[in-house]
Write a protein that binds this ligand. Structure first.
Ligand code: PRP
Ligand code: URA
Length: 209
């Protein structure tokens, strides 16, 4: 699939196995969502531009590379996307964080917007949209469209688990967006939950069920 990167790193896959287990409790689930997000961030930022700088070590001058190009922003889709933010911000402390609040209507499975707060200069930033689950793709497509309305042209999507239906929806609506996944699962069930998936990510992160 064009623009889709499934990260098969052993550490990511090992942690994902723990995340999927119904026996994993809230504390461990939340911690591992963060750990996977950090590892995925490492891969999803691989192609960021860098520039050369000279740094004085205690011994001599070293030619080093630092991040260049656009400033970064991390945009979690509330609520579950919040679980991926802290580890990313600790790796990229200069990134600003915007929030887009969407929930899936339980009947229609369509996204409903309830909150949005973005950095003023979001349109000039390289944006990472984060959400553990990409199911029908409705939430992701809506969030990305919203960011584009605010001028964003450089958007990367990071989901821990994606369904083929969701990937296809994002690719169709936003062919310019690269998608990073820890796993591409089989399909959706009749309630638009991902199979085999991990259940409801938001509820498992925040202990609401
Ligand atoms: C979940 C998940 C995504 C969305 C994915 O959120 O975190 O945002 O569903 O489904 P979709 O691809 O079919 O749109 P949910 O609506 O359950 O809200 P929550 O994060 O507040 O639990
Ligand atoms: N949202 C979730 O949290 N899990 C799914 O499987 C689908 C949507």
């Amino acid at each position: 699939m064009a623009n889709v990167h499934v990260l098969d790193h052993p550490l990511i896959q090992h942690k994902l196995a723990i995340l999927r287990s119904k026996r994993t409790g809230v504390k461990e689930f939340r911690e591992i969502v963060g750990e996977i997000a950090g590892l995925m961030c490492y891969e999803a930022t691989r192609n960021l531009p860098t520039r050369e700088v000279e740094v004085e070590t205690p011994l001599m001058t070293a030619k080093c590379r630092v991040l260049a190009g656009k400033k970064l922003a991390i945009v979690p889709i509330l609520r579950a996307g919040l679980g991926m933010v802290d580890s990313m911000v600790s790796l990229i402390p200069s990134a600003k964080v915007g929030h887009i609040g969407l929930y899936r209507d339980p009947e229609t499975h369509k996204p409903v917007e309830y909150y949005c707060k973005l950095p003023d200069d979001i349109g000039n930033r390289q944006v990472f949209v984060v959400d553990p689950m990409l199911a029908t793709g409705g939430s992701a497509v809506a969030a990305i469209s919203f960011l584009k309305q605010h001028g964003c042209r450089n958007i990367i999507m990071m989901n821990i688990i994606g369904a083929p239906e969701g990937v296809e929806a994002v690719q169709k609506a936003h062919p310019d967006v690269e998608i990073y996944l820890a796993a591409l699962d089989e399909k959706l069930n009749d309630n638009a939950y991902i199979l085999p998936g991990l259940g409801d990510a938001g509820d498992r992160i925040f202990g609401t069920k």
